[in-house]
Structures are given as C-alpha cells and as structure tokens.
Design a protein around this ligand. Structure first.
Ligand code: FE
Length: 185
C-alpha cells in the first residue's frame, strides 16, 4: 500500500521523539526521515490534495497521541499565501509537489516586521522553522498556474497550539489556532 510510506515515517519519527532528542537531532535525523517521505510523490491520497478556490488547505495526516508532533498536508492553489505568522514549536516543511516561496520576517526595534531572506523550495527540499532561530514568516505558492503541496511536521499538535499572526506595519499580534480542513475522529 502506498500509504505505508506515511506509516513508516510516523513510526520512525515516533521512535525518535521517544528518545526525547534535541531539536538539533530532529533537524538532522527527523529531517532525513521527511526527505525520504517526500522523495516519492505517490502516497498522498487524493482527498488530502484538494485545493480550495480561496484558501490554502491544511489536512491533518497524523497527530501523535501524546501531542509530541503532527503531520499536515498543505495544499496551495495559485496565488494563495499565508499572513505573517509564527509557530512556537519546531517545524519542518517538506516540498512534495510544485514550488513554494518563503519570506522570513524580522521584528524591528519600533515593533514592525520587516521582510528578510526569500527562499524558494522545490520538490524534495525541506525547510525548517524554530522559535530558537527563525519562527516568523510568510509562505506562498510560487506557481501561478498550478497547485503546490508540502508536508508539514510540527513539534506538537499544531491544531491545538495558540500562536500568532502579525500586522506588517504595526506589528500588532493576533492569536489564533489553525484548523484542519478534514474532519477529525
Ligand atoms: Fe509557517
């Protein structure tokens, strides 16, 4: 079964987090596991690849029963993009299909957020975010005529974590909890 690739990934990541490893190990060994998962694009069921005409979609693929990590497919229609946001936990973004653009944002002395480094991620590449390094960014589909899909892995159940979006000019912070497009058991 194609879905076994996701199961294999989840199993290996569970064994890794069981060892209560550091973020550095997550970003090396865990990243390698995610790279293996996204090296093939034949395992994600169609129901988790569906775009929405207006909003990028987040489908929960797995959440650890102890809330140590979650796996979510992000599906972007052409032109879709996030607001400036943070995560508050480590995150790895593996590009499965298409191309995404990430813009890092940096807090200024006056409280504003300023756009910084821009990175483009192609299928097979993994990006990382962390409150210990850079945690605030904007992500968008870099394809103007196609959908893009990435597999996000977070160091918690991202559907339960209170985090923030930031106003680009004022830096004003608004708390939110992201939802999932699929029904939860
Ligand atoms: Fe993000």
């Amino acid at each position: 079964m194609q879905e076994d690739k996701l199961f294999t990934f989840v199993q290996a990541l569970t064994l890794l987090v069981d060892e209560q490893v550091s973020e550095e190990i997550i970003f090396t060994k865990g990243k390698a596991l995610l790279e293996t998962l996204i090296s093939d694009d034949d395992w994600l069921p169609d129901e988790f690849c569906k775009t929405h005409p207006e909003y990028y979609q987040q489908y929960l693929l797995f959440s650890d029963p102890l809330d140590r990590f979650s796996v979510v497919s992000f599906v972007w229609g052409p032109g879709q993009k996030t607001p400036i946001h943070n995560h508050t936990v480590w995150g790895m973004v593996g590009q499965l299909r298409g191309e995404e653009k990430e813009t890092a944002y940096h807090l200024q002395k006056d409280g504003n957020y300023q756009a910084g480094e821009v990175s483009i991620f192609q299928a097979g590449q993994v990006a990382m975010v962390s409150p210990n390094t850079h945690d605030v960014h904007v992500v968008e589909n870099n394809m103007s005529d196609k959908s893009s899909i990435s597999i996000h892995v977070y160091g918690g159940n991202i559907g339960k974590i209170k985090r923030a979006v930031f106003h680009p000019e004022t830096g004003a912070k608004k708390l939110f909890v992201s939802g999932y497009a699929n029904a939860l058991p």
